[in-house]
Write a new protein. Structure first.
Lengths: 157, 157
DNA sequence: GTTTATGCAAAACATTTGCAGCCTT
DNA sequence: AAGGCTGCAAATGTTTTGCATAAAC
């Protein structure tokens, strides 16, 4: 889990390493991703936020940047099933990944860190021969806040 | 894990219970889902296959049927991240669910049954107060067949 | 100076919806 | 007979792409 300025430099150096140009648009998108590393933004969200620092950026550039960062393993892309993808920076250099706790009532997204999957991955390798390189685990349910409130909290976007 | 004919009757009776009509289109879609319960079909796939038995069916009807079956808990809908949803019948009456092993080389999808998630869900409840009602776990990696073949097998669609 | 990256607009794509007519109940 | 269900086509919403221009190297 790198601090923000190291994470930014890390991303820039990976881009350079792979002969990608460092444009102000890319810097601006990376900035938004880093400043919102705890949120789970859609491309549209990222687009809107990036416009604050770089008003002329186009949505297509945001998509292309996110695709590039994902291909370099710098960003994780995932979906809830609501039709739009969400993105988040990969905050650590290693593979360990937190899991998402998605509240079906308020739409909020929490996180949970855990290493029990290692056991499952070993069991998979042993029983099926499948070599696991990555995983995606999401839990759906009711967050503690929505459990506390009887019924009024149904949209906290 | 019900046998096919019982599963079919189970689905039909749930439909009746909820006052939904049993149309030949719905029967045809259910038939395709049951006959391909080990595959992970997209809506388009299901549409094409259903046309064999019921050539006049429309794609919208397939989507509406899948949505209905999903709302009744009879079908699971999930996504790999390639932009289209996949569907599979819920073969057992209970909540237990297998996880997907997605080969990033050949695109094949295996399955793995496991109950270790229960432990994680308990840990989540204890540490965060989040009440888990469902989960989705997918593993990405290389299947045993692709590991065996040095490099030629990259598209077995 | 080259080559890549950008912005715009149009295209592509999966999915949803409106509506008149049909079919299950 | 009445209502839900269907097929078609149009609409929607997200993501991708073509192309001329602009910017990074």
């Amino acid at each position: 889990m790198l601090p923000k300025n190291e994470l930014r430099e890390h991303i820039f150096s990976i881009l350079r390493e792979h002969d990608h140009r460092l444009t102000p648009q890319r810097e601006a998108v990376v900035e938004v991703l880093i400043e919102n590393s705890d949120a789970h933004l859609s491309a549209e969200n990222i687009f809107m936020q990036t416009k604050h620092n770089y008003p002329d950026i186009g949505l297509a550039t945001v998509y292309r940047t996110l695709e590039l960062l994902e291909s370099l393993g710098l960003v994780h892309k995932f979906e809830y099933g609501d039709g739009q993808s969400r993105y988040e920076v990969n905050q650590s250099a290693d593979d360990h990944y937190h899991h998402h706790l998605i509240c079906v009532k308020c739409g909020g997204i929490g996180e949970f860190k855990d290493d029990l999957l290692d056991e499952i991955e070993h069991a998979i390798a042993k029983e099926t021969g499948f070599r696991v390189t990555d995983h995606c685990l999401r839990f759906f349910g009711i967050c503690s806040e929505c459990q506390a409130e009887p019924g009024e909290n149904s949209d906290d976007d």
